[in-house]
Ligand binder design. Structure first.
Ligand SMILES: Nc1ncnc2c1ncn2[C@@H]1O[C@H](COP(=O)(O)OP(=O)(O)O)[C@@H](O)[C@H]1O
Ligand SMILES: N[C@@H](CC(=O)OP(=O)(O)O)C(=O)O
Length: 563
């Protein structure tokens, strides 16, 4: 069974649960609205304590009303003074701001657009987030007295102090943060524990420092800039530490704060990417690895800006991961659906949820290379003409676990499927690719909603134990999902070509699934064959002179957009 070929649809479980809607902590700029909201909520909770569900629906209704009022206000805002001058958001990832030299170049790049006053979103410098996580893990077991010797802490301090010195900005810009970081690591060493909540607070130092340094540098150059911590300006999220979701109240709050500040004292906003504030805990949360892309699109939507620019270290979204195959080529145009699918399938280049605000606000996203400004990049819009396109991109997700679950026929087919998925829901485990028949299911487990957390063995054992109550279960590890993103209307052509490649390589495809999104076909192969497969597939689809990638995107007037 495990080696068989399964056909099916893709199912993903990505949901957020609002745990305590009565404890919404307002951003400062919304005190009036939210205090009435909270008062109303408390009143409701007393009156309706017996009925939790009805309480939740009334509160969300009230929140929508508040949101609407604020939205109307911001609608005027973005079409008037604010919108005229602030037309885009520019996000620079860690690779773009990895050093003082890079920060100088980014500042110059911003100055290349003298008519724009962009909102800037920054990630932490270079690999700072990874370093902070490693430092935290080491602190758990190294003992308080050894914290100062943690290599990663020393690296982070050196990098930031060197950057401040080279840019000739005041050391006090980040002095307090470096002290607090040291104290935090000592605290972790003392309690010998690193909870997800502390982890989020720990990594927040990266973005808090990069934005402070950059804003100080812009000011030093005579460009008036103002630094913002996203968690202080209304980025309200669920309390799912390490992978929080942005709540709707964020959009009016952020728009109001940035707008109010801009009108009273215009300055370029430099906002921390990746961070938010949990709505019931009020603690710092993070949006999942790579979450600064999402911060940027959320700001774009909040302010109704004309364009969202995401500046990376590659010439746009590419036909495959350039680290696996050096012949990866930039994709000139993508739809939001294609880009979202690509990200969900594991392409590191974009945060999986970052397309949603852009799609909701219908704001084009441009992916550009801060190391090669003249490259056209990738323009992501609502729709593009894919009638002549076949394949857009190939994405690889490694180290995946697959499960074959065959009913013991204790339950009918309907009962079987619902029982299996309720087990996953109860254990909070996300499912990625699914192929089903009446009495069997093959699926891959998404090892993480965030990319860093592996499903630990204990969790897997427990899952299998529960499933074995209704089924025979075979667990297979070290598998890879190869996702073919493209025009699924041409699935026969894609599959014919792909299977020709697999046959030539002598590779056995273990599962195949076509997503409901109509832009993705996923194939499961052994981990150790996956990279070779990807390279061969890329050669077959993209390196044999096929013209499909260069199909022009058409805007609503039918004319291609200017780049
Ligand atoms: N399909 C792809 N297209 C472009 N880049 C990709 C793709 N798949 C993986 N990558 C990797 O993603 C990196 C860019 O994403 P990321 O590291 O998040 O950038 P940044 O930190 O600048 O925001 C590239 O350097 C590249 O190695
Ligand atoms: N610094 C965070 C957030 C982020 O978006 O980073 P980057 O833009 O460098 O991928 C991370 O490393 O996950």
């Amino acid at each position: 069974m495990a080696e068989g070929l399964h056909f099916g649809g893709i199912k993903t479980t990505r949901s957020s649960v609002i745990k305590n809607p009565l404890q919404l902590h307002p951003p400062p700029s919304q005190k009036l609205c939210f205090s009435s909201f909270v008062a109303l909520s408390i009143f409701l909770s007393r009156k309706l304590r017996a009925s939790y569900n009805s309480r939740v629906s009334k509160i969300s209704c009230e929140a929508k009303k508040i949101g609407k009022l604020e939205r109307d206000e911001t609608a005027n805002v973005s079409s008037s003074s604010y919108g005229n001058s602030l037309s885009c958001v520019m996000k620079f990832g860690g690779s773009s701001v990895a050093s003082a030299e890079r920060m100088r170049e980014v500042a110059d790049l911003i100055l290349c657009f003298p008519n724009e006053k962009p909102v800037i979103v920054l990630s932490a410098m270079g690999k700072t987030t990874n370093m902070l996580l490693l430092a935290g893990e080491k602190a758990v077991s190294c003992g308080v007295t050894n914290v100062l010797w943690i290599e990663e802490l020393r690296f982070i301090k050196d990098l930031h102090i060197r950057t401040v010195n080279e840019l000739e900005v005041d050391q006090s810009t980040i002095g307090k943060h470096l002290e607090d970081l040291e104290q935090l690591l000592k605290g972790i060493a003392m309690i010998k524990e690193l909870t997800p909540r502390t982890r989020d607070y720990l990594v927040s130092f990266g973005e808090c420092m990069s934005t402070r340094i950059f804003a100080a540098y812009l000011n030093k150059k005579g460009i008036k800039a103002r630094q913002y911590d996203a968690f202080e300006i209304g980025f309200i999220t669920t309390d799912d530490f390490t992978n929080a979701e942005i709540l709707d109240a964020t959009y009016p709050a952020v728009a109001k704060r940035l707008y109010d500040d801009w009108t009273s004292d215009p300055a370029i906003a430099v906002v921390t990417g990746f961070l938010g504030k949990g709505f019931s805990t009020c603690a710092v949360t993070t949006l999942g690895r790579g979450g600064s892309d999402l911060t940027a699109t959320a700001i774009g939507k909040a302010l109704g800006l004309q364009e969202i620019q995401v500046w990376k270290d590659v010439d746009g979204v590419l036909t495959c991961d350039p680290n696996i195959h050096s012949h990866a080529q930039p994709i000139p145009y993508l739809s939001f659906d294609e880009a979202a699918e690509l990200a969900y399938c594991g392409a590191q280049v974009l945060h999986p949820q970052s397309m949603k605000p852009a799609r909701d606000g219908n704001i084009p996203v441009r992916v550009k290379n801060s190391y090669n400004r003249n490259a056209s990049g990738t323009l992501i819009t609502k729709s593009r003409d894919i009638s002549k396109a076949v394949l857009t991109s190939i994405v690889l997700k490694r180290n995946v676990t697959t499960l074959d679950i065959i009913s013991t026929r204790m339950l009918g087919s309907f009962g079987f499927l619902s029982k299996v998925f309720s087990i996953f829901a109860d254990l909070g485990i996300s499912v990625d690719v699914v192929a089903t028949s009446e009495v069997s299911i093959s699926l891959t487990l998404d090892p993480s909603r965030i990319w860093s957390r592996e499903l630990i063995q204990q969790e897997l054992d427990h899952l299998v134990e529960e499933l074995e109550k209704v089924a025979v279960v075979t667990l297979l590890q070290r598998r890879s999902i190869i996702s073919l993103i493209g025009n699924v209307q041409k699935s026969s052509l894609i599959l014919e070509k792909a299977f020709h490649v697999f046959q030539n390589l002598g590779v056995n495809v273990q599962m195949i699934s076509q997503g409901a999104s109509k832009v993705n076909i996923s194939l499961v192969v052994d981990d150790n064959e996956a990279e070779h497969c990807l390279r061969s597939l890329h050669k077959a689809f993209f390196e044999s002179g096929l013209p499909e990638l260069h199909v022009q995107h058409e805007n609503q007037n039918g004319s291609p957009p200017g780049l």
